[in-house]
Design a protein around this ligand. Structure first.
Ligand code: HEM
Ligand code: HEM
Length: 170
């Protein structure tokens, strides 16, 4: 039986992420053919960003709603492990993941504010350029956050492949 439980702060951030991905995707896909839906989803993305920033301000340093600001100690530790040949560090959460999230947050604020400028004052080129460019950043983000789980799966598949041959050795 499924048990109901009170959502944690992390669940709520995950929910926010889902809503934001949805608003961005609809805004991107409707930009050329459906202006009303584009503006609605664009405003929804802007409102979600405002909510995220207000909660970050209230949360201060508290995870997971604190802004994913880069921390020198995290980068130093990551670089030290890589330089000493411990490539297994790439299978965990690397500092590139929060950095990509932070960059998306910043760029999306610019994309949606420039959308307002495109709507109100017809400053369309700035918004077109930022919005088209944001897709590359989103794809890089997806590649970064998928890299560690992919490495973990590969390692698990390799150890499963190796297990039967170990059993066969006399
Ligand atoms: C397969 C798709 C995706 C996956 C698996 C994914 C996963 C993640 C993960 C794991 C983080 C946390 C990074 C960390 O701090 O370690 C994150 C953060 C973030 N992602 Fe994604 N993401 C995906 C797609 C997207 C898309 C399409 C967008 C934008 C439209 C997006 C926007 C963000 C933002 C803004 C953050 C920062 C969240 C915050 O701290 O406020 N993500 N994502
Ligand atoms: C995450 C949010 C947003 C994304 C991803 C996005 C994406 C885009 C893209 C890709 C275009 C270019 C379409 C083309 O090539 O013709 C565009 C155009 C436009 N967007 Fe947005 N947009 C967002 C938010 C907004 C907002 C909040 C508004 C404000 C109402 C807005 C208003 C417009 C307008 C008026 C145009 C037409 C410009 C033109 O005809 O070239 N957008 N948007």
């Amino acid at each position: 039986m499924t048990r109901l439980r009170i959502p944690t702060a992390f669940d709520l951030l995950l929910f926010w992420h889902g809503l934001f991905v949805g608003a961005y995707t609809v805004a991107y896909l409707t930009a050329e053919g459906a202006p009303a839906l584009h503006e609605f989803s664009g405003y929804a993305a802007l409102a979600l960003l405002a909510v995220r920033l207000i909660i970050a301000r209230l949360a201060g340093q508290r995870a997971p709603w604190a802004l994913p600001l880069p921390r020198a100690a995290q980068w130093k530790n990551f670089a030290r492990q890589l330089l000493s040949g411990r490539l297994g560090v790439l299978r965990g959460r690397t500092p590139f993941a929060p950095l990509s999230g932070l960059l998306i947050l910043g760029v999306m604020v610019l994309v949606s504010l420039s959308g307002l400028a495109a709507d109100w004052w017809k400053w369309e080129d700035l918004h077109d350029g930022l919005a088209e460019g944001s897709l590359a950043l989103v794809l890089i983000h997806i590649a970064i956050v998928s890299f560690a789980p992919l490495l973990r799966r590969l390692a698990a598949a390799r150890s499963e492949d190796a297990a039967p041959s170990r059993l066969q050795t006399p």
